[in-house]
Design a protein. Structure first.
Length: 407
């Protein structure tokens, strides 16, 4: 294949996984704007509603290793198509829900399955077949789809709820996912995408002949558990805050649309930081880039904490700016370290187990945020819990030698 054609195919692969990530994760994040209408209509407690979001994240985390295995065995066409079918079914059924268990089943379980099948595990596996020198940048762009999805879907869904109510909005999301299914199943040239760059394919064959890194070998290393610690506690801290942020802004006196837009802008700002995190890490070092991002995340949480004492728009804007610019920076860096440190034919399976800790931490943080709100009657305990989690997440990049010296 000619170099120009290889470059075009690599760009097409990146664009495809970006769009699929955008639709999957963006639609999943719409949970935040359905929280108040469901609470109002059914009288469910905040912890009950937060636990549904926690279940969605937990399902995604538990499935991540299986998704990596399915990708290695069955390929991307079946994985991505099945994911979109799950999302379409989940949203269409959610438009009919009337009981809490249905909310758990449709939004917690089915959307969790759909997002996992269309998420970063298959995306990282595909990109590692096409990118070497710029792998961290490519993964960063794919991660940025999450922020773009939040920016697109969250305010749009809030506006839909104002026009169609929450049931009609769920149905619109369902039909949008359904329309994507035939395109992904039949219009995408998955066979050429899976083949990968010939030079990288030869490298993979050489690594396979040498055995490569197995999952059993990976989990015996300190760097594996260091990456897992960063993933788990970063997500714990972030998701103790994020799922309730829209409601928190409304409780602080902001309008629903302003609150939803703030959530979307936070995601938009993360697009810039996530997509550039690879370049920043290559320029300033991985440890320094990660450490600065953690400091910014902590500053954003402190702005939210202060907002509970002084409800002022400027504090919300400060949170959106600082938190958004640092949100997601760690994900592409951890993914890059994983794909380089554990390179081989089993990298999707290894990365799937690591990514599961990210989702498990998000589920734990989301649940704790709701529980602490119900127990204390406010948000401050949740913010303090988030700050402690971010502090723990920052330590492996300084204490684990392989991570501290990674270049």
């Amino acid at each position: 294949m000619e170099p120009a054609r290889l470059r075009r195919t690599a760009i097409a692969v990146l664009a495809t996984v970006f769009v699929l990530n955008l639709f999957a994760r963006g639609s999943g994040e719409t949970y935040t704007v359905f929280l108040l209408p469901l609470e109002r209509d059914f009288g469910w407690s905040r912890s009950e509603l937060a636990s549904v979001y926690a279940l969605y994240l937990l399902v995604g985390g538990l499935l991540a290793p299986l998704v990596g295995l399915l990708f290695d065995r069955l390929g991307p066409r079946l994985v991505y198509t099945a994911g979109l079918c799950c999302l379409a079914t989940a949203f269409l059924l959610a438009g009919t829900l009337s009981r809490l268990w249905e909310f758990y089943a449709y939004v917690g379980v089915l959307i969790g399955v759909g997002v996992a099948l269309n998420g970063m595990v298959p995306a990282s596996a595909l990109l590692s077949r096409w990118y070497r020198a710029r792998l961290s940048t490519a993964i960063g762009i794919a991660f940025a789809a999450m922020g773009c999805g939040a920016l697109l879907f969250v305010p749009m869904t809030q506006a839909l709820i104002g026009q169609l109510d929450w049931r009609g909005s769920y149905r619109v999301l369902g039909f949008a996912m359904l329309a994507m299914v035939p395109l992904v199943a039949f219009a995408v040239p998955w066979r050429s995408y899976v083949a990968g760059d010939p030079e990288l394919r030869r490298d993979a064959h050489r690594q396979a002949s040498n055995g490569g890194t197995t999952l059993r070998e990976a989990i015996r290393t300190r760097r594996y558990w260091g990456l897992a610690t960063i993933f788990f506690f970063t997500s714990t801290g972030m998701y103790a805050v994020l799922p309730q942020s829209v409601v928190y802004f409304i409780d602080s006196g902001m309008s629903p649309l302003t609150a939803a837009t703030a959530y979307g802008v936070t995601g938009m700002l993360s697009v810039a930081s996530v997509s550039s995190s690879g370049l920043l890490a290559e320029r300033f070092g991985y440890r320094r880039t990660v450490s600065v991002s953690f400091a910014g995340t902590a500053a954003g949480i402190l702005a939210l904490f202060t907002l509970s004492f002084v409800p002022h728009f400027a504090l919300m804007a400060a949170y959106v700016l600082v938190f958004g610019l640092c949100m997601g920076v760690r994900g592409p860096i951890i993914s890059t370290i994983c794909t380089r440190e554990f390179a081989g034919t089993r990298v999707a399976t290894i990365y799937g187990t690591l990514y599961s800790t990210n989702s498990l931490g998000a589920a734990f943080g989301s649940l704790m945020g709701g529980v602490l709100h119900d127990v204390t009657g406010g948000y401050r305990a949740g913010f303090l819990f988030a700050l402690c989690s971010i502090g723990v997440a920052a330590t492996p990049m300084w204490l684990v030698r392989k991570l501290r010296n990674f270049k």
